[in-house]
Design a binder for this molecule. Structure first.
Ligand code: NAD
Length: 237
């Protein structure tokens, strides 16, 4: 197994690092992921989580969606951990050109990262489905039941639900960043969600590193695989 020391050496040898991450990056900040044994998919709800966080479910059972969403997907008190902070520092130092994330929690920006491609959107952006008026996360937290706009329309989070397409510009930016990188660090993601996981195929560099608690489909291609908590690993770089 690889070590944080090797990861640090690889980063030192690279000029253009990109980080590609998922829910595992934020578990050490207290936000549960989906697929770990204590993740959301292994808890009991009236519907499976992938059903609840789908476009059709949102339209047909909006109140039930919001009950789950407020309860299990919004963590306003969560703070960036050592992984988020180290990535922001690498960007400031000119080493890292972009963070590509499947997360919707905004913790990379809270840590100071500037170029963040949020493939699945963000809980911090919300919009009226009728008039397009924008609302902050606080509006969702402070409202009860289905949040409504002044115009009467339903306010929907700018989060990509199952069955919805990704934003074209975000995908373009993410893919371009990955294609230009000489080092790609993949971390805290099961690589089970497509099309996001497929974006790794655009990487043409020589240094692919994986930092994940459990094995991933990218391990076979990676020159460095570290199976350890990502916050602990990044605290050591
Ligand atoms: P996932 O739940 O499928 O996989 C998480 C992976 O991270 C697992 O392989 C797990 O072993 C690993 N992991 C967990 N904690 C870790 C840690 N501390 N250090 C290293 N590895 C760790 O997550 P995914 O691949 O991102 O896919 C789930 C989807 O759910 C994403 O599309 C995302 O939009 C969404 N999601 C987001 C959040 C968030 O914004 N924080 C939370 C839950 C789910």
């Amino acid at each position: 197994m690889g070590t944080a020391k090797e990861l640090k050496e690889w980063i030192a040898q690279s000029k253009n690092v990109v980080f590609f991450g998922g829910a595992g990056v934020s578990t050490e900040s207290g936000i549960p992921d989906f697929r770990s044994s204590d993740g959301l998919y292994n808890q009991k709800y009236a519907y499976p989580p992938e059903t609840i966080v789908s476009h059709d479910f949102f339209l047909e059972h909006t109140a039930e969606f919001y009950r789950f969403y407020r309860d299990r997907m919004l963590f306003p008190a969560a703070r960036p951990n050592a992984a988020h902070l180290a990535l922001a520092r690498l960007e400031r130092e000119g080493k890292l050109s972009a963070v590509v994330t499947q997360n919707i929690d905004g913790l990379h920006q809270a840590a100071g990262s500037k170029r963040v491609y949020e493939l699945h959107g963000s809980v911090h952006r919300n919009r009226c489905m009728r008039c397009g008026k924008r609302y902050p996360l606080a509006y969702i937290l402070e409202s009860e039941g289905v949040p409504r706009c002044g115009c009467g329309g339903i306010v929907k989070p700018d989060v990509v639900l199952y069955g919805e397409p990704l934003d074209d510009e975000t995908v373009q930016g993410a893919v371009n960043a990955i294609a230009r990188a000489d080092m790609l660090i993949v971390g805290g993601t099961s690589l089970a969600v497509y099309p996001a996981a497929g974006f790794l195929d655009f990487f043409r560099g020589s240094r692919l590193a994986v930092v994940n608690k459990t094995p991933t489909p990218a391990d076979g291609r990676a020159g460095l695989v570290i199976n350890a908590p990502i916050g602990e690993v990044f605290a050591g770089i």
